[in-house]
Design a protein around this ligand. Structure first.
Ligand SMILES: CC(=O)SCCNC(=O)CCNC(=O)[C@H](O)C(C)(C)COP(=O)(O)OP(=O)(O)OC[C@H]1O[C@@H](n2cnc3c(N)ncnc32)[C@H](O)[C@@H]1OP(=O)(O)O
Length: 435
């Protein structure tokens, strides 16, 4: 079953009906009024501005492919829902490939209806629907770190906010022979997704970028140029003239009167583009501070500065994952070491519950089976929660650290070290966008 065809989850629909609430999908192809209302409720939920006609036009074109779900209260007049959620299936980059993933976004519950279990019903419905569509992983970016652990999500990839004192550091990286030039925002809008797409597959933790997410990333929507007057865009082309990278930035006065260049996004499909775009930004005249958010925790630019202390790096949780089907999820990625491990996974919501034998061959491919009997004596053995599994899944967390934190239990000697060695990703996972 495709994610767009899946019906509304009956368990949550029944639960919500007890409060005279209706769980339903918005027909984005035919019901413009309801979609516009739904989106304005999302904006209100995140304290954003109301949409105008141009926004609705853009959002309908760029966002209609998603499952647009709302909750309506029979006691409320009009078409505004009291809760919203937007979901779609997307490939998530994992070491060695991608895994189909249920992306969850735009979760809001109106302040008039908060803490009545509406969000719980929405999220659990999405997990059940993803399972029914055979999508083994769910993903989200969280407004607050305290909400989603109870649903089995864990912070699987951290990102960094990097702040560079540009007067202290000069460029110490390579000098590519291609060219950096300014481009208009509509060119940036067109070129970005293809570059991002090439870059995405090199980084575990990234999801596919469509127009809607790209527009949010660069803070620009076609037809809304007036809102983006201060955004500048650049492009790097290689010696043969092919576009290899793009970046967008704003320069403004920071709190201490220093001109600050804030990078909205830098996408580089090659190391040359990466170096050329960072160098351009680092050498902007008059600018004293360069800041870039949603960067990797292992960003090469830190090793391209003459003074490493010129950069402050602040890491934080960003990509949250939830394992729905451990067999499909674990078989979708590759591993850094051959191992034979039994994982006893405890999951209060039962999606990932069970004993699994993970066998990784010399080529790093896994075969995973569900065990109903005792763990084989010749395999390493561990016990962990569904959240621990999600946290280590793309290589963004250390199993050793989770073991020392009292979360992963080692049932045979050395099993944690084997788990760590196998799950390690040479490229630090990251997610360079919000969704
Ligand atoms: C993926 C995303 O879209 S992230 C964006 C999340 N949305 C926002 O931050 C927008 C503003 N906030 C909201 O719209 C709402 O407060 C929501 C969506 C966070 C919560 O909606 P509610 O319907 O009030 O949540 P609900 O009543 O279902 O609570 C479910 C559980 O989460 C807990 N919870 C709800 N909100 C929060 C919170 N902000 N922080 C910590 N725990 C929370 C509840 O205590 C409850 O816990 P329990 O069931 O384990 O006892």
């Amino acid at each position: 079953m495709d994610f767009t065809d899946a019906p509304i989850d009956q368990t949550s629909a029944t639960n919500l009906a007890e409060q005279q609430l209706t769980l339903a999908l918005v027909d984005t192809a035919n019901d413009r009024e309801r979609y516009a209302a739904w989106h304005n409720v999302v904006n209100r939920g995140f304290y954003g501005e109301r949409d105008d006609e141009k926004d609705v036009e853009f959002l309908l074109n760029a966002g209609a492919y998603r499952r647009t779900t709302g909750v309506w209260d029979a006691a409320e007049a009009g078409v505004d829902p009291v809760a919203t959620v937007s979901t779609w299936s997307t490939p998530l980059s994992v070491p060695g490939g991608t895994v189909p993933t249920w992306a969850i976004s735009a979760v809001t519950v109106a302040p008039t209806h908060r803490r009545r279990g509406i969000a719980r019903n929405l999220i659990e419905a999405e997990l059940r629907t993803a399972a029914a569509c055979n999508v083994p992983v769910a993903a989200l970016t969280a407004s607050e770190a305290t909400i989603y652990g109870r649903f089995g999500f864990a912070p699987a990839a951290r990102v960094s906010k990097i702040t560079i004192d540009t007067k202290r550091a000069s460029w110490a990286g390579p000098t590519p022979t291609g060219r950096v030039r300014f481009i208009e925002l509509d060119e940036l809008f067109e070129q970005g997704p293809a570059i991002f797409e090439r870059e995405r597959l090199q980084h575990p933790g990234e999801i596919e970028l469509g127009e809607l997410l790209w527009s949010g990333t660069i803070d620009y929507r076609p037809g809304k140029e007036d809102k983006a007057k201060d955004i500048r865009a650049i492009q790097y082309t290689g010696a043969a003239g092919e576009v290899q990278g793009v970046a967008a930035y704003r320069v403004k006065e920071g709190s201490d009167d220093k001109l600050t260049a804030s990078v909205l996004h830098l996408a580089a499909a090659t190391d040359d583009a990466y170096a050329a775009l960072w160098r351009f930004l680092l050498e902007l005249d008059l600018v004293r501070v360069l800041e870039a958010d949603l960067r990797s925790t292992d960003e090469p630019v830190l090793w391209q500065l003459s003074d490493v202390r010129a950069a402050k790096v602040a890491p934080y949780d960003h990509l949250w994952l939830r394992i729905i089907d451990p067999i499909a999820a674990l078989e979708a990625r590759s591993y850094s070491r051959p191992v034979r491990l039994v994982l006893d996974v405890v999951d209060p919501l039962e999606f990932a519950q069970g004993r699994f034998l993970l066998e990784v061959n010399d080529a790093g491919s896994a075969s995973v089976s569900h065990l109903t009997e005792n763990a084989p004596a010749d395999a390493g053995h561990l016990a962990l929660s569904e959240r621990d599994l999600a946290q280590i899944y793309v290589g963004g967390a250390s199993a050793t650290a989770l073991h020392r934190a009292g979360r992963i239990t080692e049932l045979t000697d050395g099993a944690v070290a084997h788990l760590d060695a196998a799950f390690h990703s040479p490229v630090a996972p990251r997610l360079g966008i919000w969704f």
